[in-house]
Structures are given as structure tokens and as C-alpha cells.
Design a protein around this ligand. Structure first.
Ligand code: GLV
Length: 422
């Protein structure tokens, strides 16, 4: 019996079989595109259904599809990449599924107020523009377009040390000071000069990135670079950021924040020896508030309080630091416990929906930073694209605040989330 069955199954392969096998493989390749990190796994999310203008977007993912089409593979790869197998990148999205919402009914939800206080300044929204370098790689207006969108939509913007525009110009476009993200470098005089420049420009808050000390193996980015037929080195030094960084001084030499500084000795953006003494040194070197970006553990949040740090951002660098496999939303609750209400805790990593933001606020985040979605908007349509992304997230947050019966951020408490575990 067995033998008979097997021989029937083992019919000789025909050309027709080969064609259907090919079609099946093509189908698999197309479906894996639909499962690309960031894209919703919708049956109808077709890469060829691109929106022609920002107002047609149903959600932030619509901008990702346009950005992927518009950008050279290497530049899209820079946005899209995680590290190693991109497990942590996906975990940032998957983590939200662990939390469900427990909403309340019959509450007057006409007046929604999502304003938030951060170091004495009141912001209209808890949605913050995360620092991302080299924005002219995504749109010719780069950080200026982002700053104009932040201005028109009244959002807090954090500017990267590796920005393609200097802090003064960005502040002029934003109409008020941005926060400044610091890659400290291994040369204190350079670090000190960056800090002084940000302080002089009017930045009130310095955001020290602490999560790329050991390197960052960006295979997706490297693969995309290889698919790109253009000569990258004609425009800029190549090599994944955070890896061996042999060419780091060539990289920083082109960045406006380093103009006029002696960078020939700079060998890394985050020295291996950076520790809590370094934080103290920075503390003593500036009057700006200092917050640490890249905290994921309770003990480090507690140490931040102990060392006089003013706030933390729970972050795994968008899945671009270590391949921990842990989404930032899952690290948030313990960091909030570590901070013990003494300093504000912000968070970033995988935020794409108003409900994602709502869950983080419920778990104790004061504000939420977004990265890739606004870059998709920028790459797709420039300033109006960034504005549309911000508006969509705000609209979605408003919807869930109404649905949950929480009209202001202080009402979004731990009671509205159920942790169903991993
Ligand atoms: C820079 O911060 C990067 O992640 O590429």
C-alpha cells in the first residue's frame, strides 16, 4: 500500500510542474514582501497600490510603500534595517500584541486633551520626532522639512548629531529650540564643542545615546547596499554605522555639526569606556537637562535617577543595537519602575498606531518618539508627508482615547491595559 501511494506521488516532473513551481515560488516571494517589517500583513496591502498624495493615506504604512519605491535601495535599506536577523526589529512591533485594552463606557469624551509637560514646557501632543541622522538621504529638504512639519503640527523634535543640517538652521525652521541628541565621540574636546554648540543654539535638553557601544551588525542594510547600482562612495563614506567604524572620521567630517572641529582623531561615536563617570562629566559640562536614550533595564533607570540624570528614553535604537529579541514596549514597565516616578520615561521602537502610543502611555511613558514613520512620510512627500504622518497618529490616538473613555493623558492609567504575557 505504502509503496503504491509513493509511486503515485512520485509522478515524473513535467514542464507544467516546473512552471507551477515557479509561480508558487514567485507567490512566496511576493507574500514575504507583504510581511516585511512594518507593513501590515493585510491580504490587500499591495506594493503596487501606491498613494499619489499624503491625503490619500489610510495609515502610516501607506507612506512606507511609497518611500520604498522612491528611495534608492541603499537609502531605504538604511531606514529599514535592524541587526543580525532583524528579530528585535520585529519584536518591537510584536510586543504590542502582548497588551490588550480594557476600555470604559459612558463617559463624555467630547473634549480630548493630549497635552503633556516635559521639563516645564507644555507640548500639544505626546508624539515626539525621534532623532535620525542624514535626512537629506531621504528628501532634499531633509531635517528642514521635518522641522517645518514639527512647527506646523506643534511637535517636539529631537535632532541627531549626524543630521545633514546644523542645529541653528533647524531651530530657525522649527521656530523654537529642538532637543539635541548626542553621539559623544571618543574625543572629549569634540564632544564638549558639540554640547556647547547645542547649548548656545538654545537647546534645553541633551539626549545622550548609550545603546550602540558594542557595534551594530546591519545585514539588511548591507544587502540593500549591494543591490544598489550607484557608487555610494561618490557621495559619502560607506560601511554600516556602528560596525567597525574604520571610516568614522570621514563620516563625521561631512556632517554639519562637526564643521570647524578637529575630527581626524575621532575613531568612534560611543567610546567603549563610556560609563556613569562619563555621564557625570557631561553633567558638569552643561546646563542643559540630560536624558539617556537606550535604557531597557530597571536597574539602569534607577541608576539614572541616582546619577542625577533628568530623564530616560526606553529604546533599543529601533532594533539596530543588540539583537535582544525584546520589544521596547516589553521593557517599558520595568524602566518605569526603576525610575520610580522621579524622572520622566519616554519610549520609542515600533510605534505605528495610535493604540501603540496609548498602550505605552498606559504603561507609564510620558511621551512616545517615532522614527521610521515620519521618515517614510519625508521620503514619500517631503514636509506634507511628515505632517500627514503626524496627523494620522494624532487622529488615531484621539480615537482610542475617546473609545477608552480617557480624555486626558493622566487618565490613561495601568488600568486600561491587560498584560496577557508572552
Ligand atoms: C543612527 O543612529 C542609526 O541608527 O543609523
Amino acid at each position: 500500500m505504502h509503496g503504491m501511494k509513493r509511486s503515485r506521488m512520485r509522478a515524473p516532473r513535467t514542464m507544467q510542474d516546473d512552471a507551477s513551481r515557479r509561480r508558487f515560488l514567485q507567490f512566496l516571494a511576493a507574500s514575504s514582501l507583504l510581511l516585511t517589517p512594518g507593513l501590515p500583513p493585510s491580504l490587500f496591502a499591495q506594493d503596487d497600490e501606491l498613494i499619489a498624495s499624503p491625503d490619500l493615506a489610510l495609515n502610516v504604512f501607506d507612506f512606507e510603500a511609497v518611500a520604498r519605491r522612491r528611495l534608492p535601495p541603499a537609502h531605504f535599506g538604511y531606514i529599514a534595517t535592524g541587526v543580525d536577523d532583524d528579530v528585535t526589529l520585529r519584536a518591537n512591533r510584536k510586543g504590542f500584541g502582548r497588551y490588550q485594552l480594557r476600555v470604559r463606557r459612558l463617559i463624555d469624551v467630547r473634549a480630548i486633551d493630549m497635552s503633556v509637560a516635559l521639563f516645564g514646557t507644555i507640548w500639544d501632543s505626546p508624539i515626539v520626532i525621534a532623532p535620525v541622522g542624514s535626512q537629506k538621504a531621504f528628501h532634499p529638504d531633509g531635517e528642514i522639512a521635518t522641522a517645518r512639519a514639527a512647527r506646523s503640527r506643534k511637535h517636539l523634535q529631537i535632532l541627531s548629531t549626524l543630521a545633514s543640517t546644523g542645529v541653528e538652521e533647524v531651530i530657525a525652521a522649527r521656530g523654537e529650540p529642538v532637543w539635541y541628541q548626542l553621539y559623544p565621540t571618543d574625543q572629549w574636546p569634540v564632544t564638549r564643542a558639540l554640547v556647547k554648540r547645542a547649548e548656545t543654539a538654545g537647546c534645553a535638553v541633551l539626549v545622550l545615546t548609550v545603546d550602540l557601544q558594542g557595534g551594530s551588525n546591519r545585514e539588511t542594510q548591507t544587502r540593500q547596499q549591494r543591490r544598489d547600482s550607484r557608487q555610494c562612495s561618490a557621495c559619502h563614506p560607506t560601511g554600516p554605522l556602528g560596525s567597525s567604524l574604520d571610516n568614522i572620521n570621514a563620516l563625521v567630517a561631512r556632517k554639519p555639526m562637526f564643521t570647524g572641529l578637529e575630527v581626524s582623531e575621532v575613531r568612534s561615536l560611543q567610546p567603549l569606556g563610556m560609563n556613569w563617570d562619563f555621564v557625570k562629566r557631561l553633567r558638569d559640562a552643561t546646563t542643559m537637562k540630560i536624558i539617556l536614550k537606550g535604557i531597557v533595564a530597571r536597574d539602569d533607570a534607577a541608576l539614572a535617577v541616582k546619577h542625577g540624570v533628568d530623564g530616560v528614553i526606553v529604546s533599543n535604537h529601533g532594533g539596530r543595537g543588540e539583537e535582544s529579541g525584546r520589544g521596547t514596549i516589553e521593557s517599558l514597565a520595568e524602566a518605569v519602575e526603576g525610575a520610580a516616578g522621579r524622572i520622566p520615561v519616554l519610549v520609542d521602537g515600533g510605534f505605528r498606531r495610535g493604540t501603540d502610543i496609548f498602550k505605552a502611555l498606559a504603561l507609564g511613558a510620558r511621551a512616545v518618539c517615532i522614527g521610521r514613520p515620519y521618515l517614510w512620510g519625508l521620503a514619500a512627500f517631503g514636509q506634507p508627508g511628515v505632517e500627514a504622518v503626524l496627523a494620522i497618529l494624532r487622529r488615531e490616538l484621539t480615537t482610542i482615547m475617546r473609545q477608552a473613555g480617557t480624555v486626558k493623558l493622566s487618565e490613561i492609567s495601568r488600568q486600561v491595559v491587560v498584560d496577557r504575557g508572552r
